[in-house]
Design a protein around this ligand. Structure first.
Ligand code: GRF
Length: 213
């Protein structure tokens, strides 16, 4: 069993990805401990999920800071207070800033509900992503877990999972199908990180064999 990696989760919304991580960490499928959950939204249900699971959680109000860099300085401080080794953005709607990426270089992951580079980038979040996939007419979509770099949704891809698009799908039904894949994918990526098996090589992420494997 790998050492438990301390994860800080940043979420703005309902937090089903957070819940999937909490559940898998609790039942031993994931060698991780959620050390802190931070939200930029006061009533984000992700904070409620953390409270129920007795995990440290904090709402940091963007209105208390003059700009995004200053806001993120506070977030960085909070993550460091909790000795976070890996930051997982899970439905976090604030765009990261350079100081944030520099503070946790190679240690920030994000999940996006499409097969990047399709249907991603600034403003592409939530149901908009799935509506764009439907409008385009793709037959397969999915989700992507990637490392975060200074460019939105453009960091090296760790893994992707697919989901079929059905003729009668709406953005809502498609979102639900992709979300099931997200819940598996995020934990899988975090587990690979916990096992020290991810190497960033340029734009690519190499997944190393298990030791002795
Ligand atoms: C997910 O679709 C995720 O890919 C995206 O935002 C959504 C968050 O869902 N970044 P939840 O808050 O984890 O339920």
């Amino acid at each position: 069993m790998a050492r438990k990696v301390k994860v800080g989760v940043l979420a703005s919304g309902g937090g089903t990805n957070l819940q999937a991580i909490i559940d898998r960490a609790a039942d031993g499928r994931l060698d991780a401990e959620v050390a802190i959950v931070i939200s930029d939204v006061a009533d984000a249900y992700a904070l409620g999920r953390a409270r129920i699971a007795a995990i440290h959680h904090a709402f940091i109000d963007p209105r208390d800071f003059p700009n995004r860099e200053a806001y993120n300085e506070r977030v960085i401080e909070k993550l460091r207070d909790h000795e976070v080794e890996l930051v997982a953005l899970a439905g976090y709607l604030r765009i990261t800033t350079d100081n944030f990426v520099d503070a946790f270089e190679g240690r920030i992951m994000n999940i996006h509900p499409s097969l990047i580079p399709a249907f991603c980038g600034k403003g592409m979040h939530g149901l908009r992503v799935h509506q764009a996939a439907l409008d385009y007419g793709v037959k397969v979509t999915g989700c992507t877990v990637h490392f975060v770099t200074k460019e939105v949704d453009a960091g090296p891809i760790i893994l992707q999972r697919t989901a079929p698009v059905m003729d009668d799908d709406t953005a809502e039904t498609l979102s639900a199908r992709v979300l099931e894949q997200e819940h598996e994918a995020y934990s899988e990526a975090i587990q690979l990180f916990a096992e020290g098996r991810l190497r960033i090589v340029g734009r690519r992420v190499h997944v190393h064999q298990r030791e002795g494997g």
